[in-house]
Design a protein around this ligand. Sequence first.
Ligand code: 5AD
Ligand code: SF4
Length: 357
Amino acid sequence: MYNFSTALAGIRAGEKLSREMVMALLAAEGRQVSALFKAADEVRRATVGDAVHLRAIIEFSNYCRQNCLYCGLRRDNCSLPRYRLTEAQILAAVAEAAELGFRTVVLQSGEDLYYSSLEIARLIEKIKSRHDLAITLSLGERCREDYRLWRQAGADRYLLKHETADADLFHYLKPDSRLSSRLQCASWLKELGYQTGMGNMVGLPGQNLETLATDVLLMRQMEVGMAGIGPFLPHPSTPLKDAAPGDLELSLRTLAVTRLALPYAHLPATTALRSLSPEGLRLALSCGANVIMLNLTPQSVRNKYLIYPQKADMIEKPEAALEKVKKLLAELGRPLARGYGHAVKTGGGNSGANHES
Ligand code: 5AD
Ligand code: SF4
């Protein structure tokens, strides 16, 4: 059985990770927590550096064919007014992101088949022809052919969080999906040359430290270029409305351990972390995170992309949000990255990494 110090020394020395080792790190308490965060911060500085990458996220449809028990966009949530942005509205939001200096746009939606794969491909081509921007897609589980088409159209990255690496819990939470099919999607994305992101929620009902350790090991095994870790936040119009929210410190410990397990990955200070605590952003940047996503969804629909309540980025105008982030980064002595922020070193399509500045 590992104790915390042996596990920390082992992971830093690049020893093969075991579940026990990861669990010993996740279970850090008292002074061990500061040692874990310090180690993650040092590793982050030595690998991906001090610069923080900003991504503009555009949530272009809140329709979803899935019925995830935790998510406000689930198809059975009839209390949520639904919206879809037109291509022109999406392009306007993209243009705003480019003008504000973003180098990446993240196009995200629920699993909405209203836009055909070809329409999405054409949108990607238009964005690429008009702007010097990297494109990240976050559109859920699709067939390999759709992923291929969009990659060919110019998409650089794809986020497909695995949510939990426990297959039974996964099926309970996502009744229409299976962990194995989601992982198949992630493998296709990697094969197709996408910089691929996975990630999990922390504090899901039925989850424990062993499950969380499996999440970290799975992302390491998949050699993901990006990993989004955030607390579960109960939404009042979902079956999990009475469940307890994820714990801030455990979410941060998971983030820190992920940094140690995937030293070169791009790890965002997730919106969920920032929603759980006003200090979430600062804390995450201090224990492994190097990416911030800012919301550029048009104000008129933004409050309808309510995956969980009290989402941190609901009201702020992009300019104001940017100013706040710049101020915090200055305080932390962390520069804004100027490059695209492509994945470095870890698997999944590193082709653009040398554009990095
Ligand atoms: N709490 C925290 N994160 C959530 N997500 C969805 N619902 C919740 C919730 N209740 C996250 C999932 C999903 C992304 C769109 O938002 O990780 O991948
Ligand atoms: Fe749909 Fe994603 Fe929400 Fe599940 S988590 S209901 S797939 S938007």
